[in-house]
Design a protein around this ligand. Structure first.
Ligand code: SAM
Length: 232
């Protein structure tokens, strides 16, 4: 893969970047996404942030090979610490677990004033991002679910909100836009999760009873009820 020929997953992330933006891609690895955004004339300039030396070097090389050093600044550092306040309109964070993305947002909160859109693509546990967004006055404006190479990915797009946004537990678990759309990929994802929870519940039922096990069973039953309802 290269920056002209992006994965379906990252192309979907790119589709939510408004034309003319200055974008920061955090955890950019090869910097494929920022290079694509510039090649396609979607972003006018970009910052690629990377914490690890190997991916940081890959990003530098890709940006150099693509002749984009004037418009993509590759910076080494953790999360949003590589940004100055007010420097970018859009932040993308893709290809990590939901808890890590939420932690990056939490740790980098002070850098978010001025950012007009977050585009987040968790590989797992999107609920932790929806939890963070609702706690921090960001409003979900769109979501997408897609399958690529047998894996299911979710994309969450959020913008700053004047007030705190309440989401039900069901909406935080499933995603309000994704649940409404109820696509075949959404059905497939939650059918698989449901079957896995059924297996876990059976194992827990056979285990020595304890308060922790009862609480876990209760939590699973609640999630299963929500998913069953959504899949009807
Ligand atoms: N964003 C690319 C994508 O979606 O294909 C790369 C995803 S790759 C699996 C995750 C990248 O995030 C790795 O290169 C890793 O070094 C980087 N990363 C992890 N934690 C980070 C952090 N706190 N700050 C910056 N980068 C981070």
């Amino acid at each position: 893969m290269n920056s002209n020929q992006l994965s379906k997953r990252l192309t979907a992330v790119a589709s939510f970047v408004p034309k003319g933006s200055v974008t920061a891609d955090i955890g950019s690895d090869h910097a494929y996404l920022p290079c694509y955004l510039i090649h396609k004339k979607i972003a006018v300039s970009a910052i690629a942030g990377e914490v690890a030396e190997g991916p940081f070097q890959s990003a530098l090389k890709q940006v150099e090979d693509d002749g984009l050093k004037q418009v993509i600044n590759v910076r080494k550092g953790s999360g949003l610490s590589v940004l100055n306040i007010g420097e970018v309109d859009v932040v993308t964070i893709a290809g990590m677990g939901g808890p890590l993305i939420s932690q990056i947002l939490e740790d980098g909160k002070s850098k978010l004033p001025g950012v007009q859109r977050l585009i987040l693509q968790p590989n797992i546990s999107a609920i932790s991002i929806r939890d963070w967004l609702t706690r921090n006055q960001w409003k979900l404006i769109a979501e997408e679910i897609l399958e690529e190479d047998g894996k299911v990915y979710e994309i969450l797009v959020a913008e700053p909100s004047e007030r705190l946004i309440e989401l039900t537990y069901a909406d935080r678990l499933l995603g309000p836009f994704l649940a409404k759309e109820n696509s075949a990929v959404f059905q497939q994802k939650w059918n698989e999760e449901y079957k896995q929870w059924e297996r876990i519940l059976r194992q827990l039922t056979q285990a020595e009873p304890s308060e922790i096990i009862e609480a876990k069973k209760e939590e699973l039953r609640e999630k299963m009820t929500i998913v069953k309802e959504a899949l009807r």
